[in-house]
Design a protein around this ligand. Structure first.
Ligand code: AP5
Length: 214
């Protein structure tokens, strides 16, 4: 299954992608995670991406397209994958279409997760992530048992630099101007399905599975 999860920052793409990975045994490909790792490792891509990410704007298309082309060629992608946070512009969607055509492959589903703006801000400002294992928490919705400490591995939790209030606002604006046009792009191609993204995490997961299994 080759799947795109589309949605604004905080829609729950990463949360749902992790659950889908377990159920369908296909990898989650998150350009945000790949870029954050590149920043941490101080690679040339990471150095280029950092200033964009810190400001809450998109990393240039040619950089992320290269990252994705490289990732889709890896052996674990042969049975499918979940794209989380890519594509984010029409240029990226077109490059993805060209890459898949060269590989003799197509997309199966594009799921657009819808959540109200106020809830997005609440989710992003309360998000905390484990520095070591990457487990995600939320200060209100899924707090760790001990403040600031990961339940799973005991490492410290941190707040993403781009989850500060001003940067969240910028990211939501960027989503509206650059990424929201992909909804009609994939609607026109008959691939888009909408998912109501508010409610319990498990409830949303069930909605997604129902759409995928129809
Ligand atoms: P990226 O890492 O992709 O961030 P994003 O799209 O802004 O998405 P988030 O990770 O913030 O949100 P999410 O939808 O995954 O929500 P999550 O499940 O974590 O990108 C970061 C930056 O990298 C970009 O700004 C850009 O600079 C760059 N970048 C990445 N890809 C790029 C591309 N293709 N092109 C150019 N630049 C790119 O959930 C959020 C919180 O809510 C968590 O705390 C979670 O526990 C909680 N939560 C989730 N679901 C629920 C629920 N149902 N109820 C209550 N809480 C919930």
């Amino acid at each position: 299954m080759r799947l795109i999860l589309l949605g604004p920052p905080g829609a729950g793409k990463g949360t749902q992608a992790k659950m889908l990975t377990e159920k369908y045994q296909i990898p989650q490909i998150s350009t945000g995670d790949i870029l954050r790792q590149a920043v941490k490792d101080c690679t040339s891509i990471g150095q280029e991406a950092k200033s964009y990410m810190d400001r809450g704007v998109l990393v240039p298309d040619q950089v992320v397209i290269r990252v994705i082309q490289d990732r889709l060629g890896k052996p674990d992608c042969t049975r499918g994958y979940i794209l989380d946070g890519f594509p984010r512009t029409v240029a990226q969607a077109e490059a993805l279409g060209d890459t898949l055509a060269r590989m003799g492959s197509t997309l199966d589903h594009v799921l657009s997760i819808k959540v109200e703006a106020e809830e997005l801000v609440r989710r992003l400002s309360g998000r905390r992530t484990c520095r070591s294992c990457g487990e995600a928490y939320h200060l209100l919705y899924s707090a760790p048992r001990k403040d600031g400490v990961c339940d799973k591995c005991g490492a410290a939790l941190y707040q993403r630099d781009d989850d500060k209030e001003e940067t969240i606002k910028r990211r939501l604006q960027v989503y509206q101007s650059e990424t929201a046009p992909l909804i009609s792009y994939y609607q026109d191609r008959g691939l888009l399905r909408e998912i109501a993204g508010q409610g319990e995490i498990g409830e949303i997961f069930e909605r997604i599975c129902r759409v995928l299994e129809k």
